[in-house]
Design a protein around this ligand. Structure first.
Ligand code: ZN
Length: 147
């Protein structure tokens, strides 16, 4: 088998995903080259949610940022956002960023911080890049208090 960068990314993603997937059953990962975003969670009636990721966009973003986005999607599942209609979409995205920043590996949070401070990741529902970067800093402060 020829090892291409795409193969490397895919295998790396699977390796990164495996321990967390075992620790938190109830969802799966699915590569979707047509996905317009790096990652997204999809809910299906009566079935476990699926976190889809776009391998090409993950490659462009880099493994660390892609991993942060994966944690962001896991956050939506762990925080039961699909069932919490009382929260606004902005509240859910803020919570997902904070959860991901708290539980993702520090290098992934740092990659997200660099991405947000360079102007990336701004959307009406997720908030401005500056606000998202501030969420990363707040998480680092939380981590310091835990240690
Ligand atoms: Zn989200």
């Amino acid at each position: 088998m020829k090892i291409t960068s795409r193969t490397f990314l895919y295998v790396t993603t699977l390796l990164l995903a495996a321990p967390l997937a075992r620790a938190t059953p109830g969802f799966s990962y699915f590569p979707d080259p047509s996905l317009p975003d790096i990652a997204a969670v999809t809910y299906r009636p009566g079935k476990a949610p699926v976190i889809s990721f776009n391998p090409s966009l993950c490659k462009q973003a880099g493994v660390l940022l892609c991993e942060f986005y994966r944690y962001h999607e896991i956050a939506h599942i762990m925080l039961h956002h699909n069932d919490r209609d009382s929260l606004s979409i902005q509240d859910k995205e803020r919570e997902a960023d904070r959860w991901a920043a708290k539980y993702a590996p520090v290098h992934c949070v740092q990659a997200a911080y660099r991405f947000f401070t360079s102007g990336g990741g701004s959307t009406p529902s997720h908030g401005s890049s500056r606000i998202r970067a501030e969420r990363m800093i707040a998480s680092v402060e939380t981590r310091k208090q835990r240690n």
